[in-house]
Ligand binder design. Sequence first.
Ligand code: AMP
Ligand code: GLY
Length: 419
Amino acid sequence: MKVLVIGSGAREHALCRSLSLDPDVTELHCAPGNAGVAEVAQLHQVDALDGKAVAALATELGVGLVVVGPEAPLVAGVADVVREAGIPVFGPSREAAQLEGSKAFAKDVMAAAGVPTARSYVCTTADEVEEALDAFGAPYVVKDDGLAAGKGVVVTDDLEAAKAHAADCERVVIEEYLDGPEVSLFAVTDGETVLPLQPAQDFKRALDGDEGPNTGGMGAYSPLPWAQPKLVEDVLESVLQPTVDEMRRRGTPFSGLLYAGLAITSRGVRVIEFNARFGDPETQVVLARLRTPLAGVLLAAANGTLADLEPLRWSEDAAVTVVVASHNYPSTPRTGDPITGLAEVASEDAPHAYVLHAGTRQEGDAVVSAGGRVLSVTATGADLAEARRRAYTAVGRIGLEGSRHRTDIAARAAGADGA
Ligand code: AMP
Ligand code: GLY
């Protein structure tokens, strides 16, 4: 099978890496990709947001599957255009992607499906904002209603900061604060059958100790040694299946990857958010552990035949990924800096540790930074402690002026692992 992946982040590099290891994949293409993806796939300079251009490329290449990675093309309806061209596509329709594209829409679906989530108000005026903030009290949770690449959410004890963020947005969702650890659980679905993957944890804040502003995600690990054994089963039953069923009932079935961002509170599991695509950086650790070849799973979701698939097989290994971000991330990141040490990781640390590229580009012989999150250094091991050690050893070989990374990814969980 020939496969075309749309996107250019570390998630797409992880998807392409897994697809390149799948014996059923005969040709792998990516648009637009990055310097790392270029090592495993043929790159094409096509605008990921241009559905017609993506469909034309897929037709020209004769691919049997298109995988849309990021949210922006999904919300723009790229999957619809590809599907209309008669090519199987992994990724929800424009309408179904509203589960991620609008927090207010997601709340409405959850209410109809009886899915547990934070109580919330949708506000458009300063008076409504004030009333909602007052009703819930601190800590305040203020969310931009639209897409904001993980950076539209402010959680703060400072009432003025909460109001200021609300004033910056057209429409906000203000909600009750959820306490407890967060879990990212992905499920592959064809709109009917729901196949949960293994859970992961993401580190959203920029700095060690969960300090600093929210980012797209600074690292992740899987599995979660501290989680209840029945977590996945419970979330399938209380969150994932009811949401997929409700979307189908509305006439806008959701097929692709349903990502539930969850808080494990003292009162049970609550949905923090839905995303309509693989999470970044969680995908890097989840796919590192998936043994079932990936292309067949994604194709079954695209074709509506997930019910016929054998149960997924998982490695016993643990996986950790550490994001190396550019100077200044998550505010205006500096780009164009040369990256060193990539060859050393490949020669010294492979196959247990490897570098997935996020914002990079090739400039002559050099690979240079080209975005906020630059690399996602990923490693596996017998347990989290070993995976973590390997990941940080590899991070230590990377040179990128002014770059930053968190030093505490999976630290607490590795301790809980008994290692
Ligand atoms: P979201 O984009 O909705 O996932 O929010 C980004 C991050 O903000 C989440 O991963 C949480 O760390 C935090 N957050 C969002 N909603 C809440 C909430 N209701 N209570 C506590 N923290 C939240
Ligand atoms: N890791 C968070 C996200 O992908 O939105």
